[in-house]
Design a protein around this ligand. Structure first.
Ligand code: PLP
Length: 435
């Protein structure tokens, strides 16, 4: 990578590209985390990606730990996914009429995800959560929604309250443009806080349409749920006739083929999907029990539509990805590599005398610059962001591309090898010692 640089930074071509982009797009990017606001400096502009690697326009190669923020579990440019995409594209890129391929992908999703009996395909994770909330409110005739601080569910107005991820990173959990009205029916609670949850249902139970949560959080760094918390969410929503929504946009097909609900054995009423389900193309999905999903137009009355929904090229990528994951499940291998990486980062941080904790679930993982076990946003918020920024750039200098924020889990793919994990640990050891 940029080994000759006195102080790590993006190469000259990325710097020039960012200048050009900044005049054209807000902050120079089309999604805020990409601008490196949390770590400082200029973002690396990418030329291409292959397997576990990203290549920037300055000719540097990096072991990639963002995987497009989750989708690329098979590695970049998997030959079978690429040929599925090109074959589909050659037959036309969008029809606005139904295809058999959509039913094939729906069958794959329904077979994989325990809670989903019927599914609707959309274009992003944001659309999935936005639509699921509308359906939950339509089905229950209630208004209020519970979400948890530090959980991110896309940029849905009513959920852009105490959201993690880029919102946390930018120190702007509430966005201008979200009206008080849009957020007033959202109750924000602390993750893993069972008494808090009990209390909210005691007070508002009959008004609560839905409870939405990330069943492993990726958007305040990787934070695990306690079983007590997941069971309480399941029991309280059942008891009060509220709809339990697992937002598995990150965890679906990652922490297990059937997502966190398979891993933990807790089945929600509805599930939202994105990222892996689209195989790196823009595609999301929401689904759940048939009686709930039958509320959606034209089976029912809850309106939700999309010009490009079920797009044949995106469906081909998603379908090929799920087929490959099912035929040759990488999950045990990913778990072993995650253990190896977690142990190695833990040892590296300990030998550097750095206060830290490591959390992981399958191929998602975070080294927190905070000695306390992170179980909710208040604890995550106490991480040393400044040290994280130096760690990030130190690793870039070693050819390792970590998420550019303390509050994003790292992801890796089935193309990552033990040797790459060990190289990463060695680089982290060197960088952490130099902090
Ligand atoms: N839900 C979760 C848990 C996510 O992590 C994300 C994105 O990071 C979303 C929803 C929104 O998905 P999208 O960015 O595809 O709109």
């Amino acid at each position: 990578a940029n080994s000759s640089a006195a102080r790590p930074s993006a190469g000259p071509k990325s710097v020039a590209a960012f200048q050009r982009a900044s005049a054209l797009m807000p902050g120079g990017v089309n999604s805020p985390a990409r601008a490196f606001g949390a770590v400082g400096g200029t973002p690396l502009f990418i030329e291409r990606a292959e397997g576990p690697y990203l290549y920037d326009i300055d000719g540097n190669r990096y072991i990639d730990y963002i995987g497009s923020w989750g989708p690329m579990i098979l590695g970049h440019a998997h030959p079978e996914v690429i040929s599925a995409i090109t074959e589909a594209a050659a037959k036309g890129t969008s029809y606005g009429a139904p295809t058999e391929a959509e039913s094939r992908l729906a069958e794959q999703i329904i077979e994989a995800v325990p809670s989903i009996e019927k599914v609707r395909l959309v274009n992003s994770g944001t659309e999935a959560t936005m639509s699921a909330l509308r359906v939950a409110r339509g089905a229950t005739g209630r208004k209020k929604v519970i979400k948890f601080a530090g959980n991110y569910h896309g940029h849905v107005d009513s959920l852009l309250v105490a959201a993690g991820s880029a919102a946390a990173t930018l120190g702007a959990p509430d966005s201008p443009g979200v009206t008080p009205g849009a957020a007033e029916d959202t109750l924000v609670l602390s993750y893993n806080d069972v008494p808090g949850l009990q209390n909210a249902f005691d007070q508002h139970g009959d008004d609560i349409a839905a409870l939405i949560l990330e069943p492993v959080v990726g958007n305040m760094g990787c934070v695990l749920p306690t079983m007590e918390f997941l069971n309480a969410a399941r029991d309280l929503t059942s008891k009060h006739g509220s709809i339990l929504i697992f937002d598995e946009v990150m965890t679906g097909f990652r922490v297990a083929y059937g997502g966190a609900q398979e891993r933990f054995g807790v089945t929600p009423d509805m599930t939202t999907l994105g990222k892996i389900v689209g195989g790196g193309m823009p595609l999301g999905a929401y689904g759940g029990r048939a009686e709930i999903m039958n509320q959606v137009l034209p089976a029912g009355k809850v309106f939700q539509a999309g010009t490009l929904s079920g797009n044949p090229v995106a469906v081909a990528a998603g379908s090929a990805t799920l087929r490959l994951l099912k035929e040759n499940p990488p999950y045990e291998q990913l778990e072993r590599l995650a253990d190896r990486l977690a142990d190695g980062l833990d040892r590296a941080a300990t030998s550097a005398g750095m206060a830290h904790t490591v959390a992981k679930a399958g191929a998602m993982l975070t080294l927190f610059f905070n000695p306390e076990p992170v179980d909710c946003w208040d604890v995550a918020d106490r991480c040393d962001r400044e040290a994280f920024g130096r760690y990030f750039w130190g690793l870039i200098n070693e050819g390792i591309y970590m998420p550019c924020s303390q509050f994003e889990a790292l992801f890796f793919s089935q193309q990552h090898t033990e040797a790459m994990i060990d190289e990463t640990i060695g680089a982290a050891e060197k960088v952490l010692k130099s902090l």
